[in-house]
Design a protein around this ligand. Sequence first.
Ligand code: SF4
Ligand code: SF4
Length: 442
Amino acid sequence: MELKELMKESGIVGAGGAGFPAYGKLADGADTLLVNGAECEPLLYTDLILLQKEMPMVIAGIKAVLDAANISRALLCVKDHTAKRLKLADGTRLADKIVLKVLPDVYPMGDEISLIYEATGRVVRPGNLPITAGVIVYNVETLYNIAAAVKFSTKVTMKWVTIAGDIPEAIVTRVPIGTPVAALFEKNSITIPEGYVVVDGGPSMGKVIDPERAVVMKTTKALLVLPKNIPAVESMFLDGDKSFARAETACCQCTRCTDMCPRALLGYPLEPHKMVRTAKGAVTVMPEMVISATLCCGCGICETLACCQGISPRAVISQYKGLLAKNKMRYVAKADVEVAPEREWRMVPSERWANVIGVAKFDKVAKFVGEQTDFDSVEIYLRQHIGAPSVTIVADGEEVQRGQKIAESAEGLSLPQYASIAGRVTIEDGVKIRIDKVNNNV
Ligand code: SF4
Ligand code: SF4
């Protein structure tokens, strides 16, 4: 498929945060394209701003995918609050075969499996890919990047990012991939007070980063400045071994974690309370149950909202997931599952979730401040996507132009990398390529 090759050559990863090379999802056999603009996590406004500023480009990207994969319809899926800000109603026809689908304001809704059910009524069999349910899901920004590749042969060198949290004004900007977080914060007069951390991603599923060393990656959806003493951040510092110990001793088997799990409510055979019951011993006592850990989407509802004993089923499950990934094991169901009738009234309103994790007070709709490109250096990591890392093709000390290919795709699932600014390269073998502006660059 021609578009598939173009997407690969352009270096397009799924911009939703997971980093799966977008070309890897494009396949025949789907009848529906879902455009994920759910922006599930609190404080994030990247997709809203992108839709406000670049709707025609997103539509062009959707059309390119519909044509290439012979798909009959696309649903642009946004939450109710986003639809209101876009002044669009459910069912609005945006173009031929493209319709707006308004989703309820609940958490988690950007999770592919929940999104597919909510938008189409189809449940992807546990552990199977969306294409098995006739669906392909792409994030809004992924489709913007596809349109840029089709229309202008643009490679992925820029990233749309929300900067928010406990700062005076939340912003969305578009910056070169590899921009140092420290330089970006300095340009926008953002300081990090004592007792605060910086998170790459949303407050529920993001990761604490070192703002002095971290850079904007292809998967960076947001950079948040958050206090350490809110539940969202405390859970990012949970110690895996302590979680196991607490799980083994304090769990009262109330089953609330399973009752509220969004994947369990969709009928998935995921039962966090059982995994917690035997904690470490579960691997040997119930190996067939442990493998269902790969069905967990990591939303954190079991940990922050459901459990009243301070136990983190998510942390326990995440240890199992690590173990299973090392052994290349995952749960794959051969039969359909049934959605629990109680799902409808067990879903968690977004506002409640933001309050529970302690970030509701920082929520301000972000303002678009335009592109920011004037940075002295960038660092392009070779591993910014799922699959094999890219392979460097420039030499130490070489001068490169913006948009020039600096790393090639490796064998198998992989992507190339392009210079996001012009300058001189310094190679850190197998890890990253640093580019420093030189005086004669414009
Ligand atoms: S993090 Fe917890 S609630 Fe969320 S999917 Fe995993 S087990 Fe279910
Ligand atoms: S909610 Fe907490 S106490 Fe209840 S079963 Fe789950 S881990 Fe155990």
